[in-house]
Design a protein around this ligand. Sequence first.
Ligand SMILES: *Cc1c(COP(=O)(O)O)cnc(C)c1O
Length: 457
Amino acid sequence: MSEQHIPYKMYLNENEIPSAWYNLRADMPIKPAPLLNPGTKQPMTVDELSGVFCRELAEQELDNDTRFIPIPAEIRDFYRMYRPSPLVRAYFLEEKLGTPAHIYYKFEGNNTSGSHKLNSAVAQAYYAKKQGLRGVTTETGAGQWGTALSMACSFFGLDCKVYMVKVSYEQKPFRREVMRTYGASVTPSPSMDTAIGRKINAEHPGTTGSLGCAISEAVETAVGTPGYRYVLGSVLNQVLLHQSVIGLETKAVLDKYGVKADIVIGCAGGGSNLGGLIAPFMGEKLRGENDYRIIAVEPASCPSFTRGRYAYDFADTGMVCPLAKMYTLGADFIPAPNHAGGLRYHGMSPVLSELYHEGLMEAVSVKQTDVFEAAELFARVEGILPAPESSHAIRVAIDEALKCKETGEAKNIVFGLTGTGYFDMLAYEKFHDGKMTDYVPTDEELAVYAAKLPQID
Ligand SMILES: *Cc1c(COP(=O)(O)O)cnc(C)c1O
């Protein structure tokens, strides 16, 4: 490895942490469709959104024009604890695959929450504190977002109430305890504490919950508790904005070493890590300065991009959130208990949905046993034990590298390694014991939920 020009770990310096987030929407000729008020069906205003989100975040949510938004000093200081994150040249993986491709991954698992979600959690907690709020509520699926938010809230001295999807609450007691270590209160969802939770429990006895339902519970609690607002860890424009720090660092360090990416790959749950990773690359593509292949990877059990409809839909089961135009499987869709909890959301970021709709990016869906096969191979050669979510991107990065082996092309493949999988060992256990299944919904099943989409022209 010593004769290589590119080191195994490509670092930026601490003072090269970006000083502004990049708002990709400013460079989109066709903007993502506006969020609609679920009552009036009119575009949401900052004032309306401010009832649910804190003011500055509501402004970021609706800002389609400001290209760079400065990162406040307090947030940059927090970022110093774990950023810049390394971009790794996957020499060992390349060797194992025997591919001429060059594979790079941006590793976001180097913090206690174990994922990229901390990048937005700290921003959202900061703005809530600055506004003088007492606390925030949120939902969490696999637990990464709740963990990240708990860390950020304890740092800024905010109360944090987390509704955790029941299946994860039961399967992942350790994540729950990490959240409690950082002072958060954690409630399994659907709970009996909220009107929507009681309704869902009555209609679906024994349900293991869904993100859409947990969101409704968190919003209901935020709106009903003085001094509280709701925060969300994915899907929203503001979250993609904060996550642009991933892409900005990646682009900066590649530029530093003179590497031009050919393919950029990321897993997509609600689209925040992918939206953040691709932002500067897509910006160049939109401005006609460079071309990149951009690939979203989603689970075959929850295929929003590849089999969903591009339509206005509710972000949550309880229909209290604004309507968003996005690729969606329908707000009532509850995916099979796939082991990548962070990829079980029915919808997709409106920004990415618009880009996909315009053919500016691709999407593929992969089966979970194929994902775990890639995860294990990766762990054995690169050392890092990847999160199941992140392993969706690994799967497709490997597939693309194997295509290069056939064609003899030395493409530069960059993927987002969003986190570590230490809390996902039950899933690994199922895989090792040969008990993991590959549930893929039928067209008939998906049609039932698609038929229930709200009719908005
Ligand atoms: C939450 C999560 C994801 C998916 O969320 P996005 O908003 O689509 O990025 C991916 N990987 C990890 C490790 C996560 O925690």
